[in-house]
Design a protein around this ligand. Structure first.
Ligand SMILES: Cc1cc2nc3c(=O)[nH]c(=O)nc-3n(C[C@H](O)[C@H](O)[C@H](O)COP(=O)(O)OP(=O)(O)OC[C@H]3O[C@@H](n4cnc5c(N)ncnc54)[C@H](O)[C@@H]3O)c2cc1C
Length: 239
């Protein structure tokens, strides 16, 4: 199984995938009852389709991922409507003491209202101590409510949004590219960027031509690794 570790305890695991580059090619060529025309032409077709916004063939390549991420990341993730989601329920199960603790703290970005910047001035050790005490207190409250007989669906109100959750996410290439364009970009929160980066690695491995065409024709974000790969993709792009 292809599992990529993300943040302190999270992961993205590719459960299965279908179609890949050939799934896109096959769907595009059905218009004129054709199939593959060899690697060079097929790769060129994928780049052409993306460049000219013929996007429906990309709905025939699919990935099923098992994701473990903090709840505040999942909230951003679930805004991407074109995918299938099934998530663990804390009505059915009692949660473990399983929280995300950032390695460092970022300061508020004063120019970008929703952004953050790295800040050596912050007292990271002291802030982590304050945060850990708060999380421990919340988890104790949760356990006390459960012990007193409160339903799991109510006791969970005591839990903070850095609690890890897990879900299955089935997504097609069209929607995955939209996700990556928005969430691997430097404007997205750093934590979801880390997940988008992990997804991009699975995407690259399982649909390399589509990934390359995505970088060359769609990607306009800022992300050190994707930007470097885009340069290579543009040089190699047949479009
Ligand atoms: C940096 C950043 C900051 C954000 N800040 C906020 C915020 O402050 N508040 C907030 O509420 N959200 C915020 N969002 C979430 C954002 O508005 C989107 O909900 C999220 O990124 C999902 O994108 P999407 O709609 O393109 O994806 P999907 O839901 O997967 O949709 C894919 C595409 O399908 C089409 N589509 C989907 N639904 C419709 C529809 N109803 N009508 C027409 N076309 C449709 C669109 O072309 C869309 O791009 C932010 C996102 C980012 C990346």
């Amino acid at each position: 199984m292809n599992e990529i570790q993300v943040l302190d305890k999270g992961f993205v695991r590719l459960v299965e995938h279908m179609g890949g580059d050939q799934g896109v090619v096959q769907a595009a060529r059905v218009s004129y009852a054709g199939t593959t025309k060899g690697d060079e032409k097929d790769k060129k077709l994928i780049a052409y389709l993306l460049k000219h916004q013929h996007l429906t063939p990309f709905e025939h390549a699919l990935w099923k991922f098992h994701v473990k991420c903090p709840i505040f990341v999942a909230r951003q993730w679930f805004r991407h409507r074109f995918a299938a989601y099934n998530e663990v329920s804390f009505r059915y199960t009692q949660t473990k003491d399983d929280f995300y603790f950032p390695a460092t703290w970022r300061a508020q970005d004063l120019k970008n209202k929703q952004g953050s910047v790295s800040s050596p001035q912050l007292d990271h050790a002291a802030l982590s101590k304050v945060f850990k005490a708060s999380v421990d207190q919340s988890f104790k409250a949760y356990e006390a409510l459960i012990a007193a007989g409160v339903a799991r669906e109510m006791a969970r109100m005591a839990l903070p949004v850095n609690l890890y959750t897990e879900f299955y996410w089935t997504v097609n290439a069209r929607s995955l590219m939209n996700f990556l364009a928005l969430r691997a970009d430097g404007h997205a929160q750093l934590e979801i960027q880390a997940y988008a980066e992990a997804l991009s690695k699975s995407f690259k491995e399982t649909a390399p031509w589509t990934y390359e065409a995505f970088l060359a024709n769609v990607w306009k974000g800022s992300n050190a690794r994707l930007d470097a790969e885009k340069e290579k993709a543009c040089a190699a792009s047949p479009a």
